[in-house]
Design a protein around this ligand. Structure first.
Ligand code: 3NM
Ligand code: MG
Length: 494
């Protein structure tokens, strides 16, 4: 079995002591946190007997597997071996990395705590799969913490790792992080060439009155704080966005792609797709103005990008408007896999199999926010895609993590093709940050909505006509700011 790929975004470390856990059941707390969006789990228990630890670890492993989240064990390598979970986390005073690796074999994850550049480099050279950097802030959870290094200390280690060629080793920070400071901490821990991959917390979730809500808040803060990394990756890599899109928006979509820093190609002839898919970009299949020929081309291009392992964004424009389009959705869903599916409520309901009748391509809304959240999460699980349901509030889910975005402006709805160009924007982000398509889709959605808000606020913008050029300018300005390492604009995000 290959090493599982891990999303380090919201990393929960457990604590079974009464001071943190109270009288609650650890498995119940962990299950709630997983519902809230925890992405990786570490069982940390310094007090239980070996038998108790093995029994608890087995239970936690069963819970974590239901959420497809890896379980790591703190320190007690023998427990991890016995339980057969995904790996361990070792501190500087625990078993040596090489010994742990010998016991676990090559396919398990081994994370190492580091408080200094020296410790971090040594762990990377030994082959650590990720690093836990800290202690960031003094915390009652770990009273014997040796060194409080602050965000500045974390940033310095990250810079040194990048300079030493270890920029690809994932990192989280730990110690005193919670939803109230996670955003600023992630921002402050960013070195020019290396950012954090997530934050690790104990009490922010385990001691919270509602661990699911706490995890959801933390996930939202961490995700927003990681958006600049994605925007910057687009600015730095200029990914190809191959649009097979409708004839209404081709010019607008190409300009939006350029403004966000991508390289657009508007190629509707699928014979080109196999060559284009090799260029490291992403494909947009936008089925507005669909024709029989067009549909055949979408299928062929989708399969070419699937074969190349490159992302595909599906925009089922007007999916519920006609039987032709409903049928096209079925054909496309059967033909291959989409990384992201983006649509308004009627379109997403149609993708989910509901037979609703949309009036043209317009958006209508009948579901509550909670119903929309359930719809995107269940559809995401079923299709293995990120679902982005657009509206005044946008909802996004990869089936495990569900997030809302409230950026945007009513003028977006007064201009044709803005929804389609959001699909193009998302494709650029997913191309540049394929490792986490949900984060990439959130980044595209936030940047798009933020640019609209900033454009609408400009004095020369009096309506849809003056909005469009201002919107393009603001998208361009956001990308330039991210490329220059100026992330202050994110404080504008709601
Ligand atoms: N390790 P809280 S700090 C388990 O610095 C642990 O290596 C640390 O708890 C380190 O999120 C810590 O409640 C406790 O502050 C973090
Ligand atoms: Mg330890």
């Amino acid at each position: 079995m290959p090493k599982p790929s891990v999303n380090y975004g919201v990393y929960l470390v457990t604590d079974s002591t009464p001071a943190i856990l109270g009288s609650r059941d650890l498995c119940a707390v962990v299950e709630a946190s997983l519902r809230g969006g925890v992405t990786v789990l570490q069982y940390r228990d310094k007090h239980s007997s070996r038998d108790e630890a093995v029994a608890t670890a087995r239970k936690l492993h069963a819970v974590a597997r239901r959420f497809d989240v890896p379980l790591l064990i703190n320190d007690r390598v023998d427990v991890a071996v016995e339980v057969g979970c995904e790996g361990v986390h070792i501190g500087q005073d625990d078993m040596a990395y090489t010994e742990a690796r010998a016991l676990l074999g090559p396919d398990k994850i081994i994370g190492v705590t580091a408080s200094s550049t020296r410790e971090a480099l040594r762990a990377c050279e030994a082959g650590a799969d990720y690093l836990g950097l800290g202690t960031v802030f003094a915390t009652p959870t770990k009273k014997d913490a040796k060194s409080i290094i602050g965000p500045g200390g974390v940033r310095a280690i990250l810079a040194d790792l990048a300079a030493a060629g270890h920029g690809a080793v994932p990192t989280v920070c730990i110690g005193g992080v919670d939803a109230s400071n996670a955003g600023p901490v992630v921002a402050a821990c960013r070195a020019p060439a290396k950012a954090l991959d997530g934050v690790a917390v104990v009490s922010a979730i385990v001691a919270a009155p509602d661990p699911a809500v706490a995890a959801r808040h933390l996930l939202a803060k961490v995700t927003v704080a990681m958006i600049p990394q994605v925007v910057r990756a687009v600015a730095e890599t200029t990914p190809l966005t191959h649009n097979m899109t409708n004839l209404v928006v081709q010019n607008f979509a190409a300009n939006v792609a350029l403004c966000v820093g991508a390289s657009p190609i508007m190629a509707n002839y699928a014979e080109e797709a196999a060559d284009l898919a090799k260029l490291g970009g992403a494909l947009v299949v936008n089925m507005g103005t669909v024709t029989p020929d067009g549909l055949k081309n979408y299928v062929q291009a989708l399969q070419a990008y699937n074969d190349a392992g490159r992302p595909v964004v599906f925009d089922p424009v007007g999916a519920g408007a006609t039987s032709v389009r409903r049928n096209a959705v079925k054909i496309l869903l059967d033909a291959g896999h989409f990384t992201v599916i983006k649509g308004n409520e009627g379109e997403i309901q149609t993708v989910a199999g509901a037979s609703i009748l949309q009036r043209g391509v317009d958006s209508t809304s009948s579901l509550s926010l909670a119903e929309k959240a359930r719809l995107v999460a269940s559809l995401a699980r079923r299709l293995g895609s990120v679902i982005l349901l657009t509206g005044a509030t946008d909802l996004l889910s990869d089936g495990r993590r569900t997030l809302r975005v409230d950026n945007g402006h009513p003028l977006l709805a007064a201009v044709t093709g803005t929804g389609c160009t959001l699909g193009t924007t998302v494709s650029a982000m997913v191309a540049a940050h394929a490792a986490d398509p949900l984060l990439a889709a959130v980044a595209g959605t936030v940047v798009f909505g933020l640019a609209a808000e900033m454009a609408a606020a400009r004095s020369e913008v009096r309506g849809p006509g003056t909005f469009v050029p201002a919107f393009l300018d603001e998208l361009y300005a956001l990308r330039k700011a991210a490329g220059d390492g100026d992330f202050r604009w994110l404080t504008l995000a709601k």
